[in-house]
Design a protein around this ligand. Sequence first.
Ligand SMILES: NC(=O)c1ccc[n+]([C@@H]2O[C@H](COP(=O)([O-])OP(=O)(O)OC[C@H]3O[C@@H](n4cnc5c(N)ncnc54)[C@H](OP(=O)(O)O)[C@@H]3O)[C@@H](O)[C@H]2O)c1
Length: 346
Amino acid sequence: MKYRQLGHSDLKVSVICLGTMTWGEQNTETDAHQQMDYAVANGVNFFDTAELYAIPPKEETYGETERCIGTWFNKRGKRDDIILATKVVGRSDWLDYIRGGRACLDRKNIEQALNASLKRLQTDYIDLYQLHWPDRNTNFFGKLGFEYDPQDVFVPIEETLGVMNDIIASGKVRYFGLSNETPWGTMSFLKVADEKNYPRPVSIQNPYSLLNRTFEIGLSEISHRENIGLLAYSPLGFGVLSGKYLNNAQPENARLTLFDRFDRYSNPQALKATEAYVNIARQNNLNPAQMALAYVNTRTFLTSNIIGATSMAQLKTNIDSVNIHLDDRVVEQIESVHTAIPNPSP
Ligand SMILES: NC(=O)c1ccc[n+]([C@@H]2O[C@H](COP(=O)([O-])OP(=O)(O)OC[C@H]3O[C@@H](n4cnc5c(N)ncnc54)[C@H](OP(=O)(O)O)[C@@H]3O)[C@@H](O)[C@H]2O)c1
């Protein structure tokens, strides 16, 4: 395993972070414990979860993933060996079962969410507390362009930062991070933090894969110059980049077969690009999923690549991507597909 510094924190995280959002839905608690055991035995020291999980979000499984991690800590007693990241939801009027449909990034909501996460996770501190998505109306979750809504009222960034300051001072949280953020949002958090002497975010968890490299446009420069590393999510585009959905295949028990609402990575352009990437992998004797993950692992702005797996075989393949070297010729071939079909899945 390889390790990188998490922003300005004193934490060194593994380049592979263990994603967890299938636990409690596609995976059982026993599966989850087996995944954590294997990942840790193979050098992974970084887990990413959220109050919202399991995915897809629903009332019956809300908090289930954190519960699986909590029981693992309780059994294994390895809390201090793990860098644990979780998240509080942003404004969520569409999730009526979370804090009565009034969840947002104000003090009351964040404090309530944090205390409940600590309880489910059976710990007294979170290493990295992330704001799952912005409170304001902006472009994320598949939305490429920004549409201005002059009526939009949102929790001021200064208020959210003040809460981050206090929960860090209390010892319940060590560092905080952003997620699904835009360049404007990221720079605004930094500016207000510096002005008010509040803590700066150490990371930004955004989508990044061969099917969505929009992070490179405005955020990669910010991430280098402001020392905020990318935690890349959905690095296989929900599994699409493994090639298993090509030729209209519907593999049994796979995410897109089970949940047809997930169409972010399976539009015609994404499938066309995927076919080209899979061909590059095959021509170069690479496993398509490992090639896609190795590309993410080797970006200069990347701190950690958050993989997801529903089987032990997938987990092994994905963790092993850290040992895959992509030679210049492969990277050139990848770049030419990206030029022809850029970012089909924002
Ligand atoms: N901040 C956010 O808003 C946000 C959003 C999404 C994810 N995340 C985080 O990022 C983590 C990873 O996201 P993700 O699950 O979307 O990542 P992903 O890598 O795009 O997709 C992972 C899924 O692809 C399939 N898969 C994985 N490895 C495979 C392989 N080698 N061959 C074939 N299929 C394979 C599995 O699903 P099937 O077996 O069902 O096909 C697996 O669950 C999540 O657990 C979560 O921690 C955060």
